[in-house]
Design a protein around this ligand. Structure first.
Ligand code: ADP
Length: 483
């Protein structure tokens, strides 16, 4: 059953119930009023009879109705007299052989000096019987009863009830029709919202919005919420599309990067398997070349694994990491690779950041390796640590050729290499890995460079003790070698 029909039926049912109650109250009030009017008339009749305007108290045993002593202005009232014990004495001839009843409660009330009125049923229909004590010279001598038929009044009431019922039924029908139209009009905006939402869903066009110019009522709020949800959905949809696009590019780039060394390895193996065999010194050179390429592939696969892990949102455990011993380790490893390179380390003593030691070490290795790879042999490299508010910055600076401003914003992108020919087997993943690792620790990394004057890569991580300042840190550490 539709909401429209349910609401219409509910409102009609409420109206019908109210109407029914109203008719009931009206019927009861009318009935009471009619009853009271007839009772008043009966009281007046009995009083008039007793006061003797057309009935002499001496004729109490022959009241009106017997012997044709009728007053002017005919009254439909039937009279009857009873003795004090309730025994019937006399009655209007119109009563025939029927008697106006008197209940025990009535008799008791009369004996107590009170008047009594009760309905009764005679052959001719329902009547209202009023009984009162007949007092002669201050003494109760009997009971006089007067009755009037209720038929006319009841017929009027029945007619009225019929008219009310017919009017009520018509009213209910009209109310149903009016409710149906009103509820339909109230629900129409919801219909429009449903249609618009269905169209948006079917066309997957999340740029569309539901148009609504009405007031900010329940429907207005529903439309606003739906439109807000569509905005969020659109943003997420775009993000997912971009992520998918990036993923596709990543897979394509990774395959491309792996294909080059694989092609070389395959070519070299074919060369080694050739008959007649190539000269032994050529064989050694080919083997060394193959090992180089295999190592390059290993590096690439390791880099890809690291990227995949950070892409999966893995959050490393964080702890205070003292910087100086870590930077010193990285510096020593670099000196193993290029012993003659002047590599300086300066830092306030005792500085510790809140991060992950292994990750931070890998980042510093990438930065120092880059500095060695992309600068001529012998040019100095400097690792310097400084305090900056609640954070520490670790800068790796070189005096190499620097990076062109035009490509500086791209160097953190995956597989980006400014000059693949000169990047000495680099995968183009180093800096993007460094950025992922630093961001996973809640830090940031940035690069500045001036062509011809060198580059500077700065890592920023929160301090393990945020209150530490340059003045409160220990005396500075300065290490330098090579040259
Ligand atoms: P790669 O494996 O090629 O080093 P990276 O992501 O580490 O990949 O670096 C991206 C590119 O940024 C490098 O190919 C290089 O062109 C440039 N680059 C990185 N570090 C430096 C540096 N210290 N000096 C000059 N160029 C650099």
């Amino acid at each position: 059953m539709s909401l429209r029909l349910r609401l219409t039926l509910l409102s009609t049912a409420i109206l019908a119930a109210l109407l029914l109650a109203g008719v009931g109250v009206l019927y009861f009030a009318m009935w009471r009023m009619t009853y009271a009017i007839v009772e008043d008339a009966l009281i007046a009749d009995t009083r008039e009879l007793v006061s003797g305007s057309w009935f002499s108290p001496d004729e109490v045993e022959k009241p009106y109705g017997r012997g044709g002593h009728r007053p002017a202005g005919y009254s439909p009232t039937l009279f009857q007299t009873r003795a004090l014990d309730g025994a019937l004495l006399d009655r209007s001839s119109a009563l025939g052989n029927q008697a106006l009843p008197l209940s025990d409660a009535g008799l008791a009330a009369l004996n107590a000096g009170k008047a009594w009125t009760e309905p009764a049923v005679l052959d001719g229909g329902r009547v209202l019987v009023h009984s009162r004590a007949l007092v002669l010279r201050g003494e109760i001598v009997g009971i006089i009863q007067a009755a009037r038929p209720l038929g006319d009044q009841e017929r009027t009431l029945t007619a009225l009830t019929g008219a009310l019922a017919a009017g009520g039924a018509l009213g209910i029908l009209v109310a149903f029709g009016v409710s149906w139209v009103l509820v339909g009009a109230a629900l129409r905006p919801i219909d429009r919202v449903t249609q618009a939402a269905a169209t948006i869903g079917a066309e997957r066009d999340f740029t569309r919005r539901v148009n609504y110019s009405g007031p900010r009522d329940e429907v207005g709020r529903l439309v606003a919420t739906l439109n807000g949800m569509l905005t969020e959905l659109h943003a997420s949809y775009r993000q997912v599309a971009q992520a998918l696009q990036a993923q596709r590019r990543f897979v394509a780039d990774a395959s491309h990067e792996l294909r080059t060394p694989l092609t070389t390895v395959r070519g070299n193996l074919e060369l080694l398997g050739r008959e007649p065999r190539i000269a032994p010194e050529d064989e050694r050179a080919v083997l060394a070349d193959t090992i180089d390429e295999a190592e390059r592939m290993m590096r690439l696969v390791n880099d890809l694994l690291t990227m995949a892990r950070s892409d999966a949102g893995w959050r490393p455990p964080l702890a205070p990491v003292p910087i100086v011993p870590l930077a010193e380790e990285v510096r020593r490893q670099a000196l193993v690779r290029e012993p003659e390179r002047p590599i300086a380390l300066t830092s306030p003593a005792g500085v510790a950041v809140f991060g992950n030691r292994d990750m931070l070490k890998q980042v510093l290795i990438i930065l120092v390796d880059n500095a060695l790879t992309h600068t001529p042999r012998g040019t100095p490299v400097e690792i310097s640590v400084a305090l900056d508010g609640g954070a520490a910055t670790i800068a790796v600076r070189d005096n190499g050729p620097g990076i062109d401003q035009a490509i500086l914003p791209q160097i953190f992108e995956r597989f980006f290499r400014a000059d693949p020919a000169r990047s000495a087997g680099g995968t183009g993943l180093g800096l993007s890995i460094a950025r992922s690792l630093i961001e996973a620790q809640g830090g940031s990394i940035a690069a500045t460079s001036r062509p011809g004057q060198g580059s500077c890569f700065t890592v920023r991580l929160p301090l393990a003790e945020p209150g530490l300042s340059a003045s409160s840190a220990g005396s500075s550490v300065a290490l330098s070698t090579g040259g």
